[in-house]
Design a protein. Structure first.
Length: 244
């Protein structure tokens, strides 16, 4: 899944740069946490973002670029430049660019030929090193983690073929149990360079559906999923971490 574009060719997940998407304003979430970025909301007795960083540490990553926007100074002050061996840089949006626009802006900071992209508004119990190995074994150009939820109405429902490749990404789909986009991706730099840099654009709603025909390998997360999209989802996330 690597590309020859002059950047470092990773031999394992430890050498992959991670883009942590933490710049969303959280419009639907402000009624619950209005004074800080939503990734600093308390979950399980600590800011949500640290649960995500701990997953990166367990996968033995070393380089993280935090894509920040609303409350970027607060986020930088809370997280700092080093966390448990992670070297942390920051890419700050001058105005809201959407998730794909934030990735495109931060691309010069990516040190490897493939990037791990993590949506910081969501958590799923997944072994990121196993995700990497699955993509390598499948000789995938790009890969996505999906998670099973009881109600997919608020998420992007993912259809998969027998070869573990995405066939369709549906937004605003019917409610009920389904596999959804869990917000974790392995994408080569050559693809990320195709993201427009002249307008805000969504990774989930615009870019990923346009890449289905290119081939997106699927890795199924075996554990729980939670996100910070709404006050109700925040309450569910707190219940999940209270039992962990």
């Amino acid at each position: 899944m690597m590309s020859n574009d002059g950047s470092r060719r990773p031999s394992g997940p430890a050498e992959v740069s991670c883009l942590l998407l933490a710049g969303g304003p959280g419009t639907r979430f402000k009624s619950t946490v209005a004074d800080r970025p939503k990734v600093l909301a308390e979950v399980g007795g600590r800011p949500f973002v640290f649960h995500l960083l701990d997953q990166l540490v367990r996968a033995e990553l070393h380089h993280v670029v935090v894509c920040s926007g609303f409350g970027s100074d607060q986020l930088r002050a809370a997280v700092g430049k080093v966390y448990r061996g992670l070297d942390i840089e920051y890419s700050r949006e001058p105005q809201p660019l959407g998730t794909a626009g934030a990735v495109r802006l931060a691309l010069p900071l990516v040190q490897s030929s493939v990037a791990l992209i993590v949506n910081a508004s969501a958590f799923c119990e997944v072994d990121l090193a196993a995700f990497w190995r699955s993509a390598i074994t499948a000789k995938a150009q790009a890969a996505i983690v999906i998670a099973r939820v009881a109600d997919s109405a608020a998420n992007g429902r993912i259809s998969v073929d027998r070869a573990n490749r995405v066939t369709k990404i549906e937004r605003g789909s019917a409610s009920g149990p389904a596999w959804i986009d869990a917000g974790r991706y392995l994408i080569p730099r050559t693809w990320l360079r195709l993201i427009p840099d002249d307008r805000p654009v969504s990774l989930e709603r615009t870019i990923l559906p346009s890449w289905v025909e290119r081939g997106l390998h699927v890795y199924r997360a075996p554990g729980a999923y939670a996100d910070l999209t709404t006050p109700e989802a925040y309450a569910a996330a707190k219940r999940l971490f209270a039992t962990r």
